[in-house]
Design a binder for this molecule. Structure first.
Ligand SMILES: Cc1ncc(C[n+]2csc(CCOP(=O)(O)OP(=O)(O)O)c2C)c(N)n1
Ligand code: SF4
Length: 289
């Protein structure tokens, strides 16, 4: 997809559904949007079938706002709750088999680089903690070892939400779940540490408590992946169903967990730092002109 394919052909505009026309006229394609503008433009993600109050949905919605070039972005997902929303957003979605996301994304990114040498095409994997750290572990690690230039976002709800509450490698030790009635025996896997020893160019841990920070973090990860190397974001996106968090308390839970053990953390290689600092400086300058 590109800006040209998004635009309706002359003469056909009136025949297209109003939702599509609005998306082209008032959407995100071809321009940057800010969190403060939410409600004043047509978002890439407007409908989803996820549970009421699910923090994962909020995070995905914010991720969509962060895309530097939605018309040149492809999302790779897989089985799990997140894909229910991601696949409904107005950017192309590829369903990798459960466990295959990072292999699919590797091939896709390489192919796009060959096909479009003059245009950045952003590839993002967004998948659950089970899909990435358990069943997709090998593909995840090897995409990092090979230094594949795309962003991996783990939607870390610390459980297999979509299949009714099994423990994952990211579940905390001792946690009792519907299908882990005796509590998890082993600790939470240090996925951030694994990303670090794999030389990921940019690594962040975040909870969806500060929308502008989510947008800035995702944007940085995507921009750094374009030029420098693999980037990884681990996002606390609670499962209010499996963790029995009442819907009105979902955000309070995010603040509490953030304070206790999921504080914002960002690190990057020196090369990534130099690149993003320069880029952000240039962007600021062009905005003030
Ligand atoms: C190869 C394979 N194994 C198992 C499944 C069944 N399955 C579908 S979703 C899922 C769990 C999803 O958990 P997670 O990846 O943590 O995402 P969440 O639903 O919690 O967002 C499983 C085991 C599958 N679809 N494919
Ligand atoms: S089961 Fe959990 S993670 Fe899945 S949509 Fe519902 S609240 Fe969200």
């Amino acid at each position: 997809m590109s800006l040209e394919t998004v635009k309706p052909s002359p003469g056909f505009e009136d025949l297209l559904p109003v939702e599509y026309r609005d998306l082209v006229k008032y959407g995100q394609y071809g321009r940057e949007v800010k969190v403060s503008e939410m409600g004043k433009f047509k978002e890439l993600l407007e409908e989803h079938p996820m549970c009421a109050g699910c923090a994962m949905t909020l995070f995905i919605r914010l991720t969509m706002l962060a895309l530097p070039n939605p018309e040149h972005t492809i999302n790779v997902g897989t089985a799990g709750c997140g894909r229910l929303a991601i696949s409904q957003a107005n950017i192309p979605f590829i369903y990798g088999n459960y466990g295959d996301t990072n292999s699919v994304a590797s091939g896709l990114k390489r192919g796009l680089e060959i096909l479009y040498p003059d245009q950045y095409k952003d590839v993002i994997v967004m998948a659950g903690d089970g899909g990435l750290i358990d069943i997709g572990f090998q593909a995840l690690m090897h995409s990092w070892f090979r230094q594949e230039k795309f962003t991996t976002i783990m939607l870390d709800n610390e459980v297999y939400g979509n299949t009714g509450g099994q423990e994952s490698g990211m579940t905390m030790q001792g946690q009792i779940l519907k299908m882990a009635p005796r509590g998890k025996k082993t600790g939470k896997i240090d996925a951030l540490g694994l990303a670090r020893v794999s030389n990921c160019a940019y690594i962040a841990r975040i909870a969806p408590t500060n929308p502008a920070r989510v947008v800035r973090t995702v944007r940085r990860a995507i921009l750094i992946a374009r030029e420098i190397g693999p980037t990884y974001i681990q996002a606390y996106t609670s499962c209010n169903i499996e963790y029995a968090i009442p819907t009105p308390e979902v955000m309070q839970d995010a603040f509490d967990v953030e304070k206790e053990r999921y504080g914002f953390h960002e690190e990057m290689t020196d090369e990534a730092k130099a690149y993003i600092t320069d880029l952000e400086k240039k962007e600021k300058k062009s905005q003030s002109c």
